[in-house]
Write a protein that binds this ligand. Sequence first.
Ligand code: NAP
Length: 329
Amino acid sequence: MNDVREVVIIGGGPAGYTAALYAARANLHPLVIEGFAWGGQLMITSDVENYPGYADGVLGPAMMADFRRQAERFGAEFMTDDVTRVDFSQRPLAVYVGGEEFRARSVIVATGASARQLGLPSEQVLQGRGVSYCAVCDAAFFGGKEVVVVGGGDSAMEEAVYVTKYASGVTIVHRRDEFRASPIMLDRARANDRISFVTNAVVDEVFGSQQEGVTGVRILDVHTGETRELPAQGLFVAIGHDPNTALFLDQLDHDEAGYLVTQPGSTATNVPGVFAAGDVVDHVYRQAVTAAGSGCMAALDAERYLAADEGHEGTALTAPRPEAEAAGV
Ligand code: NAP
C-alpha cells in the first residue's frame, strides 16, 4: 500500500492530461493511471486541424504526446496500466491496478468514450487513412470525394449532412430499413441531393491500403446475401459511442447510456472528492478541446475540494458532507 495521494486521475486523453497539467501546477502531485490505450480516441485519428493553437494541424498521437509531456514537465506521474477496480465508499478513496492499491483524497475520472467500431480487420488497418469516427474532425479531408457513412441514428444523419459540405457524394449504409434517427434528422438527410441511402445492408469489408487510403467498401445485402463494391475514399462509422464507465456504474450516478452524471456547472459526481471530465460525461460535444476544458475544470474543482476538506480525513463518504456542499463541490 502506498501513501495517500492528493489526486489520482484515471484516463489518459485530453481531459485526463489537462487535469494532470492543472493539478501538477497546483502542486497536487497527480498520479495519472492512463491506461494501456492512453491517448484515447485521438490515437485513431490522423490530422487534427481544429485544436486551437496548432495552426498547421497536428497528428492525433503527436498531440496526445504533447499533452502528456506538458503535464509531466510540472511533475505529473504516469502509470501506463488499466485500473481494474475502484472503491469510493470510504476514504481515502481507493483505486486498484490488479493487486496494487492507490489511495487518494480525490479522484478525477476521465476514461472517455469509445466510438463503436464495425469490428472488421480492414477497418482497423485503415483507421486514420480514410476510416473515421468523427465527421466534425475529419470531413474536411474529403473535399470532392465519395464517402460512405454507416449507421441509422441521429449521428449518422448529422455526420452525413455535415460531410456533404465537402464530399461530392455520400452514401448512408444502414442495416435495417427503419431508422433510429429522429424524423427531422432523417428528413434533412433525405432532402439533401448529395446523399443516397442503401438499407438492409452492412459494410463487411473496407478496401484500400496504408499508402493510398480507402478506395472502396464491400456492401452485403442482409436479406439476399448479395455483395457489391462501392468505390469511396472515405468511410465514416457513425454507429454510436460507449462511455468507458464499467468500473464506476455501481458507485457513481450515470444516465441510461452509462455516461457519468455531474452536478450542473461542475465536474462533481455524487461522491464527494470524485470528479468526472471529458467524454465520459459528454455525449454531445465530444471534442478534444471541450474534453480538455472540462479536465481543467475537474482539476480546479478537486483543488477547491481538497482545500475545503483539509483536516477531515477519516470520515466515511457515504453521503455528501455539508462542508463539501458549502464549498460548491
Ligand atoms: P444510436 O442512436 O445508438 O444509433 C446507432 C445506429 O448505428 C443505429 O441505427 C444502429 O442500428 C446502428 N448500428 C449499431 N451497431 C451497428 C453495427 N455493428 N453495424 C451497423 N450498424 C450498427 O447512436 P447515435 O446515432 O450515435 O446517437 C446516440 C444518441 O445521441 C441518441 O440519443 C441520439 O438521438 C443523440 N444524438 C443527437 C443528435 C442531435 O440531435 N443533433 C446528433 C447525434 C446524436 P439499429 O438501428 O439497427 O440498431
